[in-house]
Design a protein around this ligand. Sequence first.
Ligand code: GAP
Length: 439
Amino acid sequence: MEKLVSLAKRRGFVFQSSEIYGGLGSVWDYGPLGVELKKNVKERWWRSMVHEREDIEGLDAAILMHPKVWEASGHVAGFTDPLVDCKHCKNRFRADDPRIKGTPGQPDAQCPVCGSRGTLTPPRMFNLMFKTFMGPVEEAAAVVYLRPETAQGIYVNYLNVLQSSRQKIPFGIAQLGKAFRNEITPGNFTFRTREFEQMEMQFFVKPGSDGEWFEFWRHERMKWLVGLGLRPEKLRFHQHTREELAHYAKDAYDIQYEFPFGWNEFEGIHNRTDFDLSRHQQFSGKKLEYLDPATHERFIPYVVETSAGADRTTLALLCDAYREQEVAGEKRVVLQLHPALAPLKAAIFPLVNKDGMPELARRIFDDLRGRFNVFYDDSGSIGRRYRRQDEAGTPFGITIDGQSVAQDGTVTVRDRDTLQQERVAGERLAGYLAEKLRT
Ligand code: GAP
């Protein structure tokens, strides 16, 4: 993990937020390569959900919502962790922190940081939602929350989307965007952060068909993840036990990845029943029933949710792609990212900065950059330039040499993974790359 974090910083994937001020706890910024990688993940998700399916519509709801949304959803009452404080050193812990010996609140309990006995308070519930104030007055009436999940923006717009898109049940609504949680035990780089992006889809179905749709989406999501190039042996399902189920769920599976710090969830598929829509109907006083045009039945749809984290998916991809290899007695670090997800598709190198090579290389670069995110590099030895691009995960290195200029206009294309080089005619490069990047 340390090596990956260091590469992420060195190559401009991920930086600590506000680093020059000492950083802000568990908040991260994406650099020039990271923003491309995460954007590619999000675009691919959007394409597979919204563009390639007729039965799913897109939505972009605001982060700030009416505070009653979070009462209805159960987050005000139930989105909490039990915490204990040490009255001596003022540190705060989760009540189930394995380092705590004894029972918090009792004289035998010992603080895991300062070692004092009997100074831990009994557990108190702590809400994970960030609060802020709307309008100029900081009073209770003006409290609003930063959304802890994007899903609720979908539920409160379900009728708007249904009516404007003329969809019929079963159909889905997809949304991606920021979510915020005041996590108590954040960590593991971008795995658990206080600000993150979710890619969520809520599929509205007739009660009774929810089990079938749940199975459908569970397998569909696993297929999609394998299609990103994640190694199947590093992926598994984990079905929630009764104790693990969220307050809204009847059944739930996590999709877990084997991160360097162990198997952990990065996507969830939940059968949320009619919990959310029923609660919104109750709290808003607005009817959220669906009238089946064929049978004339009225019902509140059940919801099957697929909920992925864009940051965790990106982290899984980085972990999966990271390789240290030995090539001809030399060590190289390479990110073997799926070419369609790689931040840069190709790097263009004039072998030397003379004899017409830079001019031809520039022409090729200008020609390609209208269609692909490509990079021009003329500094350092060709070996060093290749190594930099290996670390960036760039699938192709295009070198313009003497033969390109003086003889036949062909260039060498080096494959990041096989290290094979082939000569390709300059004017065929765009087609060549398009073919190789097709997914
Ligand atoms: N709408 C359902 C929901 O939010 P969740 O299991 O709490 O379910 C779904 O979150 C996904 O959101 C997780 O699988 C993870 O990828 C991402 N996520 C949740 N909390 C996160 C955090 N603190 N940091 C980064 N990603 C997080």
